[in-house]
Design a protein around this ligand. Structure first.
Ligand code: GUE
Length: 295
């Protein structure tokens, strides 16, 4: 069996960012519009801080305004809601991302639902979820958008394919299923209660793994030649006493059976941030009521 093609998420994310930079330049030139993205981070989680800093850097690189609101872990829910409200009413801000997870004393659903849906660059607000499922123009969650772009990089048409999504979260599983349905896939959502999950996955031409269980998907589950998009980012202990990142797919063995596969890191992760920037540019155009290159 030959080795699968490795889908280079870093490279494809760079090309998405180049498209965003071109769109930002066009919005500036044609409409005097400079998109702005605000990120709200509550607490001191070190991984979140690195990730938020990375986002801010890439936001500036594509020519957008970037703001970071770092609030202490003990910030009250009312104070977080007040920050969101201020950003909702700030005409220079077109995108708002509240970094998850939030501290336990804050009701995340309440905070996310307080974001103006037109500035909801995560696409998590129920209004955007509804728009996505009925096929209206929407801000679509970033990781699902990135996953579909990666799948289409090796499968130009997804029409008629059997797609199996493993995982049913609001952040990835459900929206990626909606996007694949829109691409005319026959979509199955498998999850922790699915009977004979390996047999279900084995029917798939396209597998999207988003369960959060390290290396759960085995080579014996994969139809030869299938495309595998691995959304998992799990930090696990490695031999040298440090930690390493692994996906939800047992990469080495599955790469021997699949036709194409995304690595972790360097697969879906970089696409998430690139699609966030894309959403911010789209939100700015939509709020201004001008044509958008993206949706
Ligand atoms: N409101 C909200 N929206 C999010 O989109 C959101 C969030 N909260 N909270 C945290 C998670 C996590 N997340 C990642 C994005 C990119 C990488 C990424 O670029 N990963 C790289 C490198 C990872 C590394 O080396 O640590 C890779 O996979 O190659 C990872 C994780 C977005 N999240």
């Amino acid at each position: 069996m030959s080795e699968a093609k490795i889908i280079d998420g870093k490279q494809i994310a760079a090309s998405v960012r180049a498209d965003v930079a071109a769109e930002v330049a066009r919005l500036q030139k044609e409409h005097g519009l400079k998109p702005g993205l605000a990120v709200v981070l509550v607490g001191e989680d070190p991984a979140s801080k690195v990730y938020v800093a990375n986002k801010a850097k890439q936001t500036v690189e594509v020519g957008m305004n970037s703001w970071e609101h770092r609030l202490p872990a003990e910030t009250s829910e009312a104070d977080v809601l007040a920050v969101v409200d201020k950003l909702n009413n700030d005409p220079a801000c077109h995108g708002i991302l509240v970094q998850l997870p939030l501290p336990k004393h804050i009701n995340a659903e309440k905070v996310l639902n307080s974001i103006n849906p037109d500035k909801d660059v995560d696409g998590f607000h129920p209004v955007n979820v509804g728009r996505l499922w009925v096929g209206e123009r929407a801000l679509v969650p970033c990781t699902p958008t990135g996953s579909v772009i990666l799948a289409k990089s090796v499968l130009p048409s997804l029409s008629g394919l059997d797609a199996v999504v493993i995982g049913r979260s609001n952040i990835v599983g459900k929206p990626v299923a909606a996007l694949l349905l829109r691409e005319n896939c026959s979509v199955t959502i498998a999850h922790s209660r699915t009977k004979n999950i390996e047999d279900v996955v084995k029917r798939a031409d396209l597998v999207v793994a988003a369960v959060g269980i390290p290396e759960m998907v085995k080579a014996s589950w994969i139809k030869p030649g299938a495309t595998i998009i691995d959304v998992g980012i799990n930090r696990v202990p490695s031999e040298n006493g440090k930690t390493k990142l692994v996906g939800d797919v047992a990469y080495e063995e599955c790469a021997k059976v699949a036709g194409a596969i995304t690595p972790v890191p360097g697969g879906v992760g970089p696409m998430t941030i690139a699609c966030l920037l894309r959403n911010a540019a789209q939100a700015a155009a939509m709020i201004a009521g001008v044509k958008s290159a993206f949706a």
